[in-house]
Design a protein around this ligand. Structure first.
Ligand SMILES: Nc1ncnc2c1ncn2[C@@H]1O[C@H](COP(=O)(O)OP(=O)(O)OP(=O)(O)O)[C@@H](O)[C@H]1O
Ligand SMILES: [Mg+2]
Length: 268
């Protein structure tokens, strides 16, 4: 697979990174794409929301064991279909996370440690149309593993002061030649700044949205993803938005449009 791994990040927490990963995976699957979601956050929110929570009484291989191994192709041992029904089961696979992933951070100084996810995914995600990597709210080792493996970085931008700052730090970090040399990736590109959890009634949101083209470049700021309670409800219930009926229509349309643009850009 050439050029279809996307790391979704922001240095700030709670801006809708995992929500975007999960709902974009759904939109892509509904459009007929095969999607692999790699959960690089020890919080494992994307795993749970995709119906793949870690159960200690029934332990499975997670991204933590995959990274610890770092063997070429090791990621295939951890791949499971998502826990949702129907086409989602067929088209969305997950490499789930668990809290133990925190323990990989202390191994960051080992030789070649930053390339472990890259090696583990080698030859593994060729059969998917898109690989979405959910980053933790940090620019530390776990995000660096993701940036080493990714072709693209996408920032979710909550249009508030700290959300814009965190997204800017993510963009600057991934564009820094020192970072690229450090993670051993010479083809990583910034794909987009996607406004996230946007409430158009808030003056502060409207103001911060207006600043984004100057910060990220007008062509790299995509249409906003709205703040809607149905998105939170679907996340809490670990269901696809489609399971929540007509009240999810507007939210689904927003993720569909973003998924379509994403697909067009990475296949252009
Ligand atoms: N567009 C949205 N509208 C309403 N609620 C949302 C939206 N996107 C995400 N949420 C909710 O906001 C909270 C934070 O979102 P989410 O977990 O996706 O953010 P995150 O950036 O991945 O957080 P973290 O940095 O902790 O990983 C969650 O409760 C989630 O369900
Ligand atoms: Mg998250």
């Amino acid at each position: 697979m050439a050029g279809r791994r996307i790391a979704l990040g922001n240095n700030k927490g709670g801006v809708g990174k995992s929500g975007a990963v999960v709902n974009l995976a759904a939109s892509l699957a509904e459009a007929g794409r095969r999607v692999l979601v790699v959960d690089m956050d020890p919080q494992a929110n994307a795993s749970r929301r995709l119906g793949r929570p870690y159960r200690p009484e029934n332990p499975t291989v997670t991204v933590s064991e995959v990274i610890r191994s770092g063997e070429t192709g090791a990621a295939s041992d951890a791949i499971v279909p998502c826990g949702w029904d129907g086409i989602y089961t067929l088209r969305i696979d997950v490499i789930p996370s668990r809290f133990d992933l925190e323990n990989r951070i202390s191994e960051a100084a080992a030789t070649g440690a930053k390339r472990r996810l890259t090696r583990a995914l080698e030859g593994v995600d060729d059969r998917y149309d898109v690989t979405l990597i959910d980053c933790p709210p940090s620019l530390g080792h776990l995000t660096q593993l993701a940036l080493s493996a990714a072709d693209w970085g996408l920032a979710l931008v909550e249009p508030e002061y700290d959300g814009v700052e965190g997204a800017t730090r993510f963009r600057d970090f991934m564009a820094d030649p020192e970072t690229l040399a450090d993670v051993g990736n010479d083809h990583l590109r910034f794909l987009a700044a996607v406004p996230s959890k946007v409430d158009a009634r808030l003056g502060g949101h409207t103001h911060h949205l207006s600043t984004l083209p100057a910060i990220f470049g007008p062509d790299l700021v995509w249409e906003p993803l709205p703040q809607r309670s149905v998105i939170k409800d679907a996340a809490d219930e670990a269901l696809p938005l489609s399971a929540l009926g007509s009240r999810a229509s507007e939210a689904r349309a927003a993720y569909d449009a973003t998924a379509l643009r994403l697909w067009k850009e990475i296949t252009a």
